[in-house]
Design a protein around this ligand. Structure first.
Ligand code: NAP
Length: 250
């Protein structure tokens, strides 16, 4: 029976796992990095890193995988690179699920930058900033003592970690823009820094539009060369063509 590995950690990887769990012709395993906090994923799950591209290539070979779907987050650049390298080395077909970037609407005045360091440098002196970002990503803001930052993180920072001046909130983003707008108004936020994670319109981007706040948008890293698709349906079609080619084409 063909075996598929999904590199997960995103909502769409979970949706793909749920779709494939119902396909009795396949054996599907979702791989999650150790810390990912996601609702139950359908089907088989393995957890933790592979120890780099060589470890992943070894697992693909030894456990007999026939296809690899990289459905990790657009900003998870390292695992995307490792997946490309490992699939190539193991001779396993790979595709990247790359959700579309945030929609740009007329009137949006996003300031696009390449990374968090550039984002921090783009904020004017003394601004009040909202940052929803991970531990590594907020570091350039900790160097800007003139800023006041409202920082939202999923996981608590490690003890001793230097944080930007301001306030820290822990938890998931709200789904409603009203709730986000109320938080931003309460803290007198003038600037939002956001990764262009894409997918469904994020509450903070929508709230920024409503409140007329400035948005600094960090561009996605370039994915490795090779096939990619933005929609689940296209991934399913690729799997079908790769694993069950019509007779005479296999
Ligand atoms: P990363 O920097 O690209 O990868 C760091 C290391 O984590 C990889 O080298 C790999 O370890 C391990 N890893 C990552 N994803 C894995 C997976 N699905 N299965 C097994 N090992 C995995 O990744 P990151 O940005 O820290 O993100 C970690 C996870 O969180 C990803 O799965 C991603 O989809 C999810 N996520 C990331 C973001 C974000 O903004 N970056 C947002 C939401 C969700 P080894 O080298 O040991 O194999």
């Amino acid at each position: 029976m063909p075996k598929v590995m999904i590199l997960g950690g995103t909502a769409e990887a979970g949706e793909l796992a749920a779709r494939l769990a119902g396909d009795k012709r396949l054996d599907t395993v979702t791989s999650l990095a150790g810390l990912t906090r996601l609702p139950n994923v359908a089907g088989h799950v393995r957890r933790g890193g592979f120890g780099g591209p060589d470890g992943l290539a070894q697992m693909l070979r030894e456990e007999g995988y026939d296809a690899l779907v990289d459905a990790t987050h657009p900003f998870a650049a390292q695992i995307a690179r490792h997946a490309a390298e490992a699939a190539e080395a193991a001779g396993v077909p790979r595709i990247k699920l790359m959700r579309p970037a945030f929609e740009r609407r007329p009137g949006d005045a996003f300031l696009e930058v390449s990374d968090m360091a550039e984002a921090a440098a783009a904020i004017p002196q003394g601004a009040r900033v909202f940052l929803a970002a991970g531990r590594r990503e907020i570091r350039p803001f900790a160097e800007r003592a003139d800023l006041w930052c409202l920082v939202r993180m999923l996981e608590p920072p490690v003890p001793g970690e230097k944080l930007p001046a301001g306030e820290l909130v822990l938890g998931l983003p709200p789904s409603e823009a009203e709730e986000e707008a109320a938080l931003l108004t309460k803290h007198g936020i003038g600037w939002i820094v956001s990764k262009d994670s894409g997918g469904r319109a994020s509450a903070k981007i929508e709230a920024a539009r409503r409140l007329g706040l400035k948005v600094v948008l960090v561009k996605r890293p370039e994915p490795p060369p090779g096939p990619q698709a933005a929609q689940l349906e296209a991934i399913l079609a690729w799997l079908e063509a790769t694993l069950f080619p019509p007779a005479g084409q296999g």
